[in-house]
Ligand binder design. Structure first.
Ligand SMILES: Nc1nc2c(c(=O)[nH]1)N=C([C@H](O)[C@H](O)COP(=O)(O)OP(=O)(O)OP(=O)(O)O)CN2
Length: 165
């Protein structure tokens, strides 16, 4: 017996890249130096076809991802839910502290992300959540799976899949 076809759309573009600085902690108490990457983003949506024969309009997906990428471009990414990195907004500045280290940035240069660490995985999750708010607001949308991929360095991709309830 033939199975019903499954459909996905996938968008990746040369301009879906953001340059941003970050530092993460790993293995407990090791904290990286501030450094930057050119982070590449791709998205895949799965679901049934709509009346156009689309899973989701490529153009709408591309443009929405571009908005998120633009918001992250040329920024410092700071985690607001890290157990050991404290991030405080004061006047027009942001101060981050970890043990005896302290970084101070202009507020407008920073993006404060509600994540526990600015790993590629958790950045992918956050981007997926941004996308879900837009997809979820479309009454006609029947997307059942959102997959966001983030490349931190050449060939090093983190992938986050979010099931749409
Ligand atoms: N699964 C993950 N592994 C690692 C992550 C991550 O987000 N998810 N992140 C890091 C670090 O942020 C590290 O800075 C990655 O940068 P990269 O440039 O790839 O690492 P190197 O220090 O080896 O840099 P080179 O320029 O390639 O020498 C680590 N792991």
């Amino acid at each position: 017996m033939n199975q019903a076809p499954q459909y996905k759309v996938r968008v990746t573009k040369d301009h879906l890249v953001f340059s941003a600085a970050h530092f993460i902690t790993f293995n407990g108490t090791i904290c990286e130096r501030l450094h930057g990457h050119n982070w590449r983003v791709a998205a895949e949506l799965s679901g049934p076809l709509d009346e156009n024969g689309y899973v989701f309009d490529f153009i709408a997906l591309r443009d929405q991802l571009q908005k998120t990428v633009n918001a992250l471009d040329h920024r410092v990414l700071l985690p607001t839910q890290h157990p050991m990195i404290q991030v405080i907004e004061e006047n027009n500045e942001v101060q981050a502290t970890f043990e005896d280290r302290r970084w101070v940035f202009p507020r407008e240069d920073c993006i404060l992300l509600p994540v526990a660490n600015t790993t590629a995985e958790l950045i992918a999750h956050w981007i997926g959540q941004q996308l879900l708010t837009v997809i979820g607001s479309r009454e006609s949308s029947q997307i059942d799976l959102v997959q966001i991929e983030v490349e931190e360095n050449f060939g090093q991709w983190a992938i986050c899949q979010l099931r749409v309830s």
